[in-house]
Design a binder for this molecule. Sequence first.
Ligand SMILES: [Zn+2]
Ligand SMILES: [Zn+2]
Length: 303
Amino acid sequence: MTTLQELRPWERPFWKPTPGKGGIFFYLIVIHALALTGLILYPLPTFSVLIPTLLLTALGGFGTSVCYHRMLSHRTLKLNKVVEHVLIFCAMFNGSGAPASWVAYHRQHHARADTPEDISSPKQGGFWWAHLRWLYQSAPADRQKWCRDLRQGGYKVWTYAEVPVILLSIFCGLLFGWRAFFWMGSIRLVYSLHMQCFVNSITHLGHAKEGDSSKNVWWLGPLQLTAWGENWHRNHHSNAGSARLGLRWWQTDIGWYFICALEAVGLASNVKRPKPRTVHLAGVEKNLKAANVPQPGLEAAKL
Ligand SMILES: [Zn+2]
Ligand SMILES: [Zn+2]
């Protein structure tokens, strides 16, 4: 029995945050209440409000997908230090929290995928646990164990900046009026939150007998303005050492295009590309399964 199996936090009532996470629960309630109020008062943004809202959302998506996920969690590329810290700010401004906590949860997720120690797995607590509840009802991931590399230097400073940055994010639009306050603040934050939470919930509703429960969900891509390419989650779990998530030419991966652009102008380096065989396998795997052809060594070959 692991500690988590004994605690079974997913069996707690959903309105009870775990000790120490009351602040996160409060933040989630506040942004949802504000977003709902905003949608009632100002159901549509004006053009001059929509453009900065989309821009902030998109930048936050690059911060979380390219910097937090592909670079800091998996070390699949190196970024120019200025670009890296600008993207960290963008990710925090979009509600992703400080780098150390995001990366610790994420590395734990990969190392323990589908087991009771995988804190955001829908297998333990169902859809809503995987989508939102784990954020405020699970014990924090052990940063000393999972991300010792992010507990020093410039990264440490961001941990102290979490609250000021999120307050700035909620209230920044107020400079441009109430409509901008709601759209550039809480509505953007709620949208970004749920689009990124879909990666833990919807893209983990596959069947574990096919490796792990991760799956590619093509239709999520166009909706996830803030999780660029993360809908190709099966590709990612199968080849976590690659900075590219969309492996086929038609698998749109804006985060990857952004990395290529940064690399072209010298702001990204050591970019890890998928192994050629993995790209091929992503295409043939489905056909082999459809034809019920045995696939000896297919899973091993992908890693
Ligand atoms: Zn990952
Ligand atoms: Zn996953």
